[in-house]
Design a protein around this ligand. Structure first.
Ligand SMILES: Nc1ncnc2c1ncn2[C@@H]1O[C@H](COP(=O)(O)OP(=O)(O)OP(=O)(O)O)[C@@H](O)[C@H]1O
Ligand SMILES: [Mg+2]
Length: 284
């Protein structure tokens, strides 16, 4: 990848004193959970009848925790993320983020999609600046924030390029920078690396972990790949299909960086694979 951030680029990034890092205030002091999902049921009315996408889904994520969500295709992972993001309203139950009930989208929660979701008519720099500008930040502050995150994702020399001129990995870096520039404390990622080649995916996994560590972000990351979940997460939450419920919650206590060939990694891989392929979790 041209102009890819050299390894370590994100690792060394720290927020300057005048711009609190995304993790610095993501929950009031003493709050046990950054995200709480309370018995969320989601029903969609369709021509063929109601679809129950989620039934009594319940989970909690601590501030600064990295949680991966896995489950068969159609089990409601994206729906759950969209409800946390505030793009959808649960049919019953609800979500609190940093102790406040979610009633709609907010800059405190950023969502990163597999298909990037960039504004195609804006340059890389304008995409990153969009959120802070829309929130009425002063021009100098918008510029400083934008340049900081452009550097953090190693895309300075592509600042004036448009999304269609970038590789998939670069587009995903812009998407991540855009969310962080908007001061997101919670990042919701829906198979963000699913469309990338294996090498780019590995690179971005490393960069994301480094960024997460240096900022104390709270991350909920949806993936189909068991290995990716074990590599990244503090905890892997397994959902059952139709309608989605949370059926298992598996802590990943392995030290980072994780060795994908270690016996402990393999044991977890087998455990999660068995859960996904058991009665309640036929994998996609
Ligand atoms: N807007 C909608 N209208 C009707 N049904 C919907 C809507 N959104 C999702 N669904 C249904 O809800 C269920 C869960 O969908 P969702 O996209 O959350 O699954 P997923 O776990 O993210 O799947 P995948 O792994 O394939 O991305 C599916 O049956 C889907 O068809
Ligand atoms: Mg999905």
């Amino acid at each position: 990848m041209r102009d890819a951030a050299p390894p370590g680029t994100l690792r060394t990034s720290t927020a300057p004193a005048d711009a609190p890092g995304p993790g610095s205030a993501h929950a009031p002091a003493g709050l046990a959970h950054a995200i709480e999902v309370h018995d969320v049921t989601m029903r969609f009315a369709t021509a063929g009848g109601d679809v129950v996408a989620l039934r009594d889904a319940r989970m909690a994520v601590r501030p600064g925790e990295f949680v991966c969500l896995i489950g068969a295709s159609g089990c409601g992972k994206s729906t759950l993320l969209r409800i946390i993001a505030g793009f959808e309203t649960a049919s019953s139950g609800g979500v609190t983020v940093a102790g406040r009930r979610v009633a709609g989208p907010g800059p405190d929660r950023g969502m990163v999609f597999q298909d990037y979701g960039l504004f195609p008519w804006l340059s890389v720099r304008e995409n990153i600046a969009f959120g802070p500008r829309a929130r009425g930040k002063a021009r100098a502050e918008v510029a400083a924030t934008t340049e900081r995150f452009l550097d953090m994702v190693g895309l300075r020399s592509f600042a004036s390029s448009y999304p269609h001129q970038l590789s998939g990995g670069m587009k995903q870096r812009v998407a991540i920078a855009r969310v962080l520039a908007n001061d997101a404390r919670v990042v919701l990622m829906d198979e963000p690396f699913g469309a990338l080649d294996a090498m780019t995916r590995e690179r971005l996994q490393d960069e994301l972990l480094a960024l997460w560590r240096s900022t104390a972000l709270t991350v909920v990351f949806v993936t189909h790949a068991i290995e990716e979940a074990i590599l990244l997460a503090d905890r892997v939450v397994v959902m059952s299909p139709g309608p989605g419920r949370i059926v298992e919650d598996v802590a990943v206590a392995l030290p980072r960086p994780r060795d994908v060939s270690s016996p402990e990694f393999n044991a977890l891989r087998r455990t999660l694979s068995a859960l996904l392929h058991s009665g309640h979790g036929r994998a996609a």
